[in-house]
Write a protein that binds this ligand. Structure first.
Ligand code: PMP
Length: 367
């Protein structure tokens, strides 16, 4: 029989695929808009597509188990050694590897209320305890984290910007926090949405690893780089931490197409810039639309917005269902303890417009 801590795990609820909605509601797949998983609405960049086509010619072989070429590229980009990089099957994998390497029964991980759903899953999967710190106005309370850390704490998870709230901690706060965290605690700084930050908010935490050997910075190719379906992410850490992570990962955890696409995507600065600009405009479009509709929202630093669908605990799911019937898929966040709220990802201008129009219709029908 599986141990109780495994049976107690509440499974991850992913954004609903278009195919599910089409099947359940009989909608035309071409008209359904999915704004539920913080994906890049542009899809894959041309350079990534070309690299995939090339790599597809050699799929009879195993991928490079050490991802030599991609790691070299990432090391040059972050000005670190290749041995400081761990590749993951998505950054989810990186988060799980950190948990696997550092957590066991009797230890704990500290993270915020309204933090990314994989933190409790990865922690519980190792039989460790989750210590959840109440959020401060939907953001991480780092003083609360310091108070929560005890002699059994081995990992702290911080997402910056945070999902699902879209909130952001400036680098001064993170640095002040890192200076006060005990050395035996691995600080996992999850920067899946880093590329969406405005230039004035940008910071390079991978450079802090030299000063803080207990820091691990996690990055994703699923969001701004548009490679969500390929599953590739990475961590930058000290060589010692990277060595531990590599001991617990599957030997071929990143497939050949993902390795090739990620390497090509890093060089596609034009695609990244276009993504950034579309997101910035989309954020403005959606946030001003929500304001117009009189709905509360949390100002976002990512490629999604958390908004309040109503004032009752049923509101989130009611509006989610209504939007779905109108062909727009957003993300319920009741699993995060936010049943009145919904999260919408930023899409292309016409997708954002379709969302706002459907929301207006859905809310009017509920009055
Ligand atoms: N961290 C955060 C905060 C996220 O929101 C996500 C995606 N939802 C991930 C990590 C994982 O993304 P991926 O595994 O696709 O890199």
């Amino acid at each position: 029989q599986a141990p109780q801590f495994i049976r107690d795990i509440a499974p991850y609820k992913a954004g609903k695929p278009v195919s599910d909605v089409v099947r359940e509601l009989g909608l035309d797949p071409n008209t359904v808009v999915k704004l539920a998983s913080n994906e890049n609405p542009l899809g894959l960049g041309e350079k990534a597509k070309a690299a995939i086509a090339q790599a597809a010619l050699d799929l009879g072989r195993y991928p490079d188990a050490n991802g030599f070429s991609l790691k070299a590229r990432l090391a040059a980009r972050h000005d670190v050694k290749a041995e400081q990089i761990t590749l993951g099957n998505g950054s989810n994998d990186v988060l799980e590897l950190a948990a696997k390497a550092f957590l066991t029964q009797g230890t704990n991980a500290v993270f915020s209320q309204y933090a990314f759903a994989v933190y409790p899953l990865a922690t519980q999967g190792c039989g460790a305890q989750s210590k959840v710190v109440p959020a401060l106005c939907y953001t991480h309370d780092l003083d609360g984290f310091l108070n929560a850390i005890d002699s059994e704490t081995r990992v702290v998870f911080i997402a910056n910007p945070n999902n699902p709230t879209g909130t952001f901690l400036p680098q001064e706060k993170l640095l002040a926090f890192l200076k006060r965290v005990p050395q035996q605690v691995l600080v996992v700084l999850d920067e899946a949405y880093n590329e969406f930050l405005k230039p004035e908010d940008q910071y390079d935490s991978t450079q802090w690893v030299a000063q803080f050997p207990n820091l691990l910075v996690s990055r994703s190719f699923s969001k701004a780089y548009g490679l969500a379906g390929l599953r590739v992410g990475y961590a930058v850490s000290s060589t010692e931490v990277a060595d531990l992570m590599n001991r617990v990962r599957q030997p071929f955890n990143v497939n050949s197409l993902a390795l090739a696409a990620a390497e090509a995507a890093i060089d596609d600065r034009e695609f990244l810039q276009k993504t950034y600009e579309i997101n910035l405009r989309g954020l403005e479009q959606i946030q001003s639309g929500l304001k117009f509709l009189g709905l509360e929202y949390v100002p976002s630093y990512g490629n999604f917005v958390l908004f309040k669908a109503g004032n009752t605990p049923e509101a989130g799911m009611k509006v989610f269902d209504a939007l779905q019937r109108l062909g727009v898929i957003v993300r319920p966040v009741n699993g995060y303890g936010l049943p009145e709220w919904l999260r919408v990802s930023i899409g292309l201008p016409h997708e954002n417009e379709a969302f706002l129009a459907a929301l207006l219709t859905a809310l009017a029908a509920m009055k």
